[in-house]
Design a protein around this ligand. Structure first.
Ligand code: NAD
Ligand code: DAU
Length: 338
């Protein structure tokens, strides 16, 4: 199988490539990534010389470039991770989210149609469902939950999902979509909550918690996400959506306290700061369809996953320090005024 992975230099995409190289060495992968601020070839170190792996720098929204790549490479499958992925950045500058997440996806769909791709997988998010109330722990997102987005990020992801489903119904393109809850694990860019808190706590720097810290996220270890995508691409039914989650709901404060405790750092590092605009209250996935149809189960609990993640960040200081020393420091100063 020859697979185009887009966004493979980002957090989940790079983990997916490592996962595939380990579990499916018979497949070959072309990694197409623009290398935005979030793309990092350091996350793929050691794969450069593999005969079944190749990196190509480019933009999924660049139609002539993408068409040429498809013509040359004759892919069997496409899996689209490439996106602008950070909610806070979408509140500051929505335009690039529309361009990459919607228009980029459309270019990939057109190329997939033109070159007869056998399976086109769109990596989406539970944020397309909006949020759930904090006082109704009995409610979960299912695949039937209506789309009801809050941020420019989630709106752009929902737009892409609708296009993907339209290409299936109108043109018969063999697509699948997965909608996953919050990921954590190795190689996550430190703008996201867990690595942000972890890397700052290690330096005894204040930890900015939005609002009251009572918002709930449903955490999934990135390796469990990668395994689920692999299952869906191989055995999922065309035209279907699959939710991915592991029932690991935690308030943001619970997560921050867990990190502080594991590092032996004081809770006095916590700073409650101005809330995110339009901040979603609670995400919680019902993964029953994926579990029953495709026999997927997560391998990590939050407790084992967060320990593994903390150990990874402790052992890879160079990887994240390099990011903190770069243009990210300016973003952090502007965003947090800290
Ligand atoms: P990320 O921001 O870490 O990585 C995104 C990657 O896409 C980067 O390598 C970047 O360089 C690349 N990219 C951006 N624009 C591009 C373009 N125009 N052309 C080619 N490449 C481009 O994101 P992530 O956290 O790894 O998320 C990957 C996907 O998973 C996204 O589609 C996101 O919406 C989805 N998702 C993420 C989470 C999460 O918790 N991180 C959860 C559910 C779904
Ligand atoms: O649910 C899936 C989504 O999870 C993905 O689609 C997104 O790409 C991914 O970024 C993530 O979105 P969130 O907005 O939930 O993740 P983030 O890490 O930005 O924030 C997690 C929670 O922590 C959220 O309630 C906001 C809060 N937070 C975040 C940051 C960065 C803070 O309190 N302080 C912070 O500094």
């Amino acid at each position: 199988m020859k697979i185009l992975v887009t966004g493979g230099a980002g957090f989940i995409g790079s983990n997916f490539i490592h996962y595939m190289m380990k579990n499916h060495p018979e497949d070959s992968i072309v990694n197409l990534d623009l290398l935005t601020y979030a793309g990092n070839l350091e996350s793929l170190k050691g794969l450069e010389d593999r005969r079944n792996y190749r990196f190509v720098q480019g933009d999924i929204a660049d139609r002539p470039f993408v068409m040429k790549l498809f013509e040359q490479e004759k892919f069997d499958w496409v899996v689209n991770f490439a996106a602008e992925s950070h909610v806070d950045r979408s509140i500051v500058d929505p335009g690039v989210f529309v361009r990459t997440n919607i228009m980029g996806t459309q270019v990939l769909l057109d190329a997939s149609r033109e070159f007869g791709i056998k399976r086109c997988h769109q990596v989406s998010t539970d944020e397309v469902y909006g949020d759930l109330p904090l006082d109704r722990r009995d409610l979960f997102f299912t695949e039937q939950t209506p789309l009801h987005t809050s941020s420019p990020y989630s709106a752009s992801k929902a737009g892409a999902d609708l296009l993907v489903l339209a290409y299936h119904r109108t043109f018969g393109l063999p697509v699948t979509i997965s909608r996953c809850s919050n990921n954590y694990g190795a190689y996550q860019f430190p703008e996201k909550m867990i690595p942000l808190m972890l890397t700052r706590a290690l330096k005894d720097e204040p930890l900015p918690v939005y609002g009251t810290g009572e918002n709930v996220r449903d955490w999934l270890h990135v390796e469990d996400h990668c395994a689920a995508i692999d299952r869906i691409m191989r055995d999922g039914r065309a035209g279907e959506v699959y939710n991915i989650g592991g029932h690991n709901e935690k308030t943001n404060l619970e997560v921050v306290r867990t990190i502080l405790k594991a590092l032996g750092k004081p809770e006095s590092l916590i700073r409650f700061v101005e809330d995110r605009k339009g901040h979603d209250l609670r995400y919680a996935i019902d993964p029953a369809k994926l579990e029953t149809e495709l026999s997927w189960k997560p391998r990590y609990t939050f407790e084992t996953g967060i320990r593994q993640t903390i150990d990874w960040y402790l052992g890879h200081q160079e990887w994240w320090q390099h990011i903190l020393d770069g243009e990210y420091s300016e973003y952090f100063r502007k965003m947090y005024k800290m």
